[in-house]
Design a protein around this ligand. Sequence first.
Ligand code: PBG
Length: 329
Amino acid sequence: MFPLRRNRRLRTNEVIRSLVRENTITPNDFLVPLFIVEGKDVKEEIASMPNYFRFSLDLLEKEVKTLWSLGLKSVLLFVKVPDNLKDNAGKEALNPNGLMQRAIKTVKNVCPEMLVMTDVALDPYSSYGHDGIVKNGKIINDETTAFLAEMSVSHAQAGANFVAPSDMMDGRILTIREALEDEGFTDTGIMSYSAKYASAFYGPFRDALDSAPVDLVNIPKDKKTYQMDFANRHEALRETEMDIDEGADIVMVKPGMAYLDIVRDLKNEFDVPVAVYQVSGEYAMIKAAAEKGWLNHDQVMLESTLAFKRAGADIIASYFAKDIIKLIS
Ligand code: PBG
């Protein structure tokens, strides 16, 4: 007997396909990373991230208004710190008038409703390019988390809605949560990079902020002593469970495309929102292949982004956010 079910019926044309589509993308899904530099009237393209820019604060204002008009209502701020302000302890990060603190105020000033999240880690401020304080050939954990807590309070004082610790030190979520509570910032949230892998896909980002680890005696020029081994899956659950217990409001998997299994694991296992970060190297790969005419830029961008939704992500941090929204609206 001929099969009663013909699955192709539901694929006959775009109308029926859209009727039965399981996942969609909307502007509400996105968190837009923004790179900020000192200066005036600066809009520098990042060499390894075509059509992505570092903005000075004046041009940041314009960019934020554009994002809001597209329905993109959440940003994640990163700063490129001048070399002369970097040191081992990252103390410029606590400057109440530092670039990050001014950037937060700038965004809130032009667009008070924009949700502002800030990167919390030492690397852009570290003369060594590490996410923690370096001492005796090691990245020191507990001194670093104490510092990250102060940094988080400083961002909250400047008006950040959420802090996003991306450093992978142990115990930092609890330390940060307690510091925020002690200072009265009970409504400031924490989005933890809970499952962040030691990945070669971060290369272009480190160009963007000039924040790559430098050569040091006795310290490897990578972040493998704190970021996770990309061979591991159960470890992501362990890391994330601890961060939730310590007070993380949102958890995150990073990078994205090579880690969709981890996104699904977290979504199945936990009941807090799960974010995914489609990182700089993923963006660069698609741009480069499209430039060569080897892949269709828009189709690949959409397909790879929708895959995050299918995998279970509630929030997508992506350099493609603007392009995608323009494409689908
Ligand atoms: C720094 C940080 C990194 C990224 C976000 N925060 C780089 C790193 O850990 O070395 C990567 C983002 C990207 O590649 O797009 N703590």
